[in-house]
Design a binder for this molecule. Sequence first.
Ligand code: ATP
Ligand code: MN
Ligand code: MN
Length: 304
Amino acid sequence: RESGPSKVGEPKPQKRRVTLTHPDRIYWPDEGITKEGLADYYAEVWPKIAPFIVGRPLALLRCPGGINGQKFFQKHAWNGISKHISQVKDPGKKAEEAMVAINDLDGLMALVQSAALEIHPWGSTVADWDHPDTITMDLDPGEGVAWEAVVAGAHEVRQRLADAGLEAFVKTSGGKGLHVVAPLKPKADWPAVKAFTKALAGAMAADDPEAYVATITKSRRKGRILIDYLRNQRGMTAVAAYSTRARPGAAVSMPVAWEELDQIGPAYFTVLNTPGRLAALDRDPWEDFHAAARPLEVKPPRRR
Ligand code: ATP
Ligand code: MN
Ligand code: MN
């Protein structure tokens, strides 16, 4: 396996301790990626993915038979769940079943053992469920939309976030679109963050109705990009940076530099080419992500 040198100041990839049953079980048949191969991938990217999945409520797309078998979205703890996965109670919904969270690499390996082929965190942490530390604007191209238009849409979202004093970063979804992600200092609550993102998406659709829509109505989406702001609502999720996707091609959701967007596509980075990419990068394009967090000032964005 390829393995990049650890950079100074970054935690080293850790050794795994969780036993995998059936390590040779095939998860992505076309690429020949097994359960053990997935564990190796996550051990390698652990220092990168940890800040995005540790200490947050998680929804999991579990696929015990691999990507071509049955899939189910798991939002709650289950019978026989690993002791390495923590069970957390939503303080706002005391009667609800426990949700799942992880604290360390053993927790991530337990997710692999549980056939979690996609990891979808909340935009807030279990330390502060009600104040998001992340905005995710999900760009969903309708039928016939060119990649260049998706990239232009992402830049437009970035500009509008900048107008509101927020720095934005971009990642591939590993599917069809892009996610523009802004780190927040937890201050505004979910309703305020949702209202802000709804206004941002609505303003884009109002200013360029041929290019963007802000509502899910299917008939309106052909040839346009849905600016899906509904990830920014309490209890909703978006796929984590570095999470794998349970789709053909074994793509991952990859943080990239804004300048890279022209040379790639939404599923360009995969389980197979990620170790090489990380080893070759001399600077993580999301290096400043956490330092860039600012509080959302709660007033609607300026219409331009
Ligand atoms: P793509 O680029 O193909 O759109 P995506 O991950 O953005 O990939 P979406 O369908 O736009 O896929 O969904 C955005 C996010 O909404 C997902 O990453 C996931 O966290 C959440 N989501 C989607 N479908 C479900 C579902 N059935 N149940 C729970 N959450 C979902
Ligand atoms: Mn999407
Ligand atoms: Mn979406």
